[in-house]
Design a protein around this ligand. Structure first.
Ligand code: 3PG
Length: 306
């Protein structure tokens, strides 16, 4: 089988070498497409591939039409909003993710982002400390839980909410369960977002929630830019000069926001939450192993389009 690693944002060389080793040791053919300029190159490279390993690369219905031999796509990472699941299912293509493999990297970035904003983007202006502050975690999955543990160790009080996790489980994990999103936003000095981009969550965080945040609060987004209602966020920042926003996924209106809000907003130039040597290795090798295992035994444990 031909297994193609197609990554616009490449894995580290060590992770690529590790993937190649797993693929070839299992008797498959390894192919690599990195930093490709557009979807045409992806479609051409995927045309004869049996399996794809991707990151945030867009596997659209068009790509799936072009990839005539494709049997499986593994998103080396957590979020799979970049894959057209309905089209994949219609083509009989199995889609998997590698949950948990890059969570620590993202959680560490969320903590770093809180400190970066607390210390006024590392300028000499007087900042604040995160110790003793309350952190609200929106979605208590692999990343959210890790952020909670790290924040607790730094002396923060941790509150969390997750529509799929009962309050008792959140308490057992050491966080205070919030009764509602309104409670989370209105009582936390920092809110860290860890929800996926779905039809239910897209545009769901805007003026209503952000404007409820306490004085001096900071919203931290290492999830997806699409979950933010940018107009609503801007309105809240405009009305409340004490609020701040930091994100690993630049808003569409970032230039205008920077101009209007200065040091109160910050976005990384390129999504970097999962961009560590460790996360590249963990997620890349897990993806390769899942594909090899699927071809050998039919194991669909991490399939997301069942
Ligand atoms: C994920 O969903 O796993 C993260 O957003 C990482 O995305 P990336 O692999 O494109 O860096």
């Amino acid at each position: 089988m031909k297994i193609l690693v197609a990554t616009q944002k490449p894995f580290s060389a060590a992770a690529v070498a590790g993937i190649q080793e797993i693929v070839t040791a299992a008797g498959h053919t390894f192919a690599l497409l990195e930093k490709y300029p557009g979807q045409d190159e992806l479609m051409a490279a995927a045309a004869d591939a049996d399996a794809l390993i991707i990151r945030s690369d867009k596997v659209t219905a068009e790509v799936l039409d072009a990839a005539k031999s494709l049997k499986i796509v593994v998103r080396a990472g957590a979020g799979f909003d970049n894959v057209d699941l309905a089209a994949a299912t219609a083509h009989g293509v199995v889609v998997m993710n590698t949950p948990g493999q890059n969570s620590n990297a993202v959680a560490e970035l969320a903590i770093a982002m809180m400190i970066y904003m607390a210390r006024t983007q590392f300028t000499p202006a007087t900042g604040s400390e995160i110790m003793g502050k309350q952190l609200g975690i929106q979605a208590f999955g692999n990343v959210g839980r890790l952020v909670g543990k790290k924040a607790e160790a730094l002396g923060m009080r941790v509150m969390a909410i997750d529509p799929f996790i009962p309050a008792e489980k959140i308490s057992e994990a050491g966080a205070v369960p919030a009764a509602s999103l309104e409670e989370l936003y209105s009582s936390c000095d920092y809110v860290s977002i860890h929800i996926p981009a779905t039809p239910q969550t897209i545009g769901s965080i805007g003026y209503e929630l952000v404007s409820k945040m306490p004085k001096g609060a900071v919203l931290v987004n290492t999830a997806r830019k699409e979950v933010i209602n940018e107009e609503g966020l801007a309105k809240a920042l405009r009305e409340r000069p004490d609020l701040k926003y930091i994100t690993d996924v630049a808003p569409d209106s970032y230039a205008a926001m920077q101009e209007e809000f200065g040091l109160r907003v910050f976005a990384t130039p390129k999504k970097m939450g999962a961009q560590t040597a460790e996360a590249n290795m963990n997620a890349g090798l897990a993806a390769a192993r899942q594909i090899v295992d699927y071809f050998a035994t039919g194991n669909t444990r991490f399939q997301v389009n069942k």
